[in-house]
Design a protein around this ligand. Structure first.
Ligand code: ZN
Length: 462
């Protein structure tokens, strides 16, 4: 298999240690939909893998949306009459509601209350709040601290700019033998939250790094996209319609592209102690869905049906795109108490949990990449395998596992089934079926049908 050693089991620990180090480095940066915290995040990712960066100007339309103004926060605080900061952005970046407009005022507690957000049921945690599309400002704080506030007055300062600028996203592309693509999207817009967005970023970086360093070119082209949630995937899709839409005349005016996306995943929330969850694509029977079901069978992982709620699969699986993109997470969003609070910190995630997620993801990636549709070139009767060195020379015994897989592949390779379908029909691991197919291809008994978009030859033309 081309990618069989993508992240071998004995290398998963080291990859997870690197992922952990990246998470620790990124945790303090103040990220949002836009701004310098996102750029610094992309800088750090760019030290690990090659990146192509894109800056989309504020006001640029993206379907029914438009790129917002750029938000940069320098400092923010609530100080009492003695000048003591009772809420301080420098202590925790979650203290300021994301996209707060600038403010500099003196206010009583009563005036300040409508701008404060806390969690009475979790009094020691700071909530994560944003207001991207409505102009307002706010502070988030521990409910225990909120209850201690006296009547004031307080100096209230949010030293921020909200001005025309850019939205930043980045891609890392590993060219394959084919220009058909696998998309991997992970969001980069959350500030000091470890599991939600940093674990996804770090795991995506490690998978991309393994693909970049693989000794052989992958079969498919792999495209990793690091961008903010919702508006980032909308911005990317609006600039890549021709790449992802099916060719005309498919659909009611929704075609017009080259339809090069074979599979895809949205990644996030991969470091917490919960079991892995795979959420199906909108279509529910795409290559990604079939490969995930195969890889996760027999593990503790759970499969989830598609629903139009969650992360960026909402955009990739909107009806006008309907891409074969599923989502891999540990605990799904909103289902664990630390979600979107300061308790989603470095203590929630563990390198061992990252390692397990990486191993599963690497196996899924290997299956997606190696899957292909074989055609039996000697379909009338069984070809003689013994004379080609593929079958035991002593008759009478039951076939060994490899010979068994050879027979299944030859029998099913009528050009209508891919290797994954054959593995399912034969109830064999994909890797065994793929190994048999590779041997049969080598022996000239099989050829691959689906290589519709071969890469352009590299180098100067003659
Ligand atoms: Zn989130």
């Amino acid at each position: 298999m081309l990618l069989d050693a993508l992240i071998p089991d004995d290398a998963a620990g080291a990859a997870a240690t690197d992922a952990w180090a990246l998470i620790v480095a990124l945790y303090p940066l103040c990220r949002s939909l836009t701004g310098d915290g996102v750029r610094q995040t992309l800088d750090r990712i760019g030290e690990r893998i090659p990146l192509i960066r894109t800056e989309v100007p504020s006001g640029t339309p993206a379907f029914d949306w438009e790129i917002p103004r750029e938000w940069n926060l320098r400092d923010a605080w609530i100080a009492d009459a003695d000048g003591r900061r009772v809420v301080d952005f420098r202590a925790h970046s979650l203290h300021v509601m994301g996209y707060s407009v600038p403010v500099r005022r003196t206010m009583t507690l009563d005036e300040l209350q409508p701008h404060l957000h806390s969690l009475p049921d979790q009094p020691d945690w700071i909530p994560y709040r944003t207001s991207y599309y409505r102009e307002q400002w706010g502070f988030c704080l521990r409910h225990r601290d909120r209850e201690r506030l006296g009547p004031g007055p307080y100096e209230v300062v949010i030293d921020a700019t909200l001005a025309p600028g850019h939205l930043s996203y980045a891609e890392s592309v590993i060219p394959g033998q084919s220009t058909d693509e696998v998309l991997v999207y992970t969001h980069t817009c959350h500030p000091a939250l470890a599991n939600d967005n940093l674990s996804g970023i770090a795991v995506a970086v490690e998978l991309a790094r393994a693909l970049h360093q693989a000794p052989r070119k992958p079969r498919l082209t792999w495209r990793f996209i690091f961008g903010p949630g919702t508006i980032g995937s909308l911005a990317w899709l609006s600039r890549n319609e021709a790449r992802v839409l099916p060719p005309p005349p498919a659909g009611e005016g929704w075609g017009g592209g080259t339809g090069r996306v074979s599979a895809g995943l949205v990644l996030g929330l991969l470091g917490d102690p919960g079991v892995l969850h795979y959420k199906h694509s909108r279509r529910g029977d795409t290559l990604t869905d079939r490969a995930a079901a195969h890889v996760l069978r027999g593990t503790e992982a759970k499969l989830l049906d598609f629903e139009p709620y969650g992360y960026d699969e909402r955009q990739f699986c909107s009806p006008g795109f309907d891409l074969p993109m599923g989502r891999l997470t540990r605990s799904p969003n909103s289902t664990y108490p630390e979600y979107h609070t300061s308790a989603d910190d470095l203590s929630l995630i563990r390198p061992a949990q990252l390692a397990k997620a990486l191993q599963t993801l690497a196996r899924l990636a290997s299956v997606l990449d190696a899957n292909r549709t074989p055609l039996n070139l000697s379909p009338k009767g069984e070809p003689r395998l013994g004379k080609r060195g593929l079958y035991g020379s002593v008759g009478g015994g039951a076939p060994c596992a490899f010979e068994h897989a050879l027979l299944w592949v030859l029998n099913q390779a009528d050009g209508t089934r891919d290797l994954l379908a054959i593995a399912e029909r034969a109830r064999l691991p994909f890797e065994q079926v793929e190994q048999a197919a590779a041997a049969l291809e080598h022996a000239g008994l099989l050829r691959t049908l689906d290589a519709p978009h071969e890469s352009e030859p590299k180098g100067p033309s003659p």
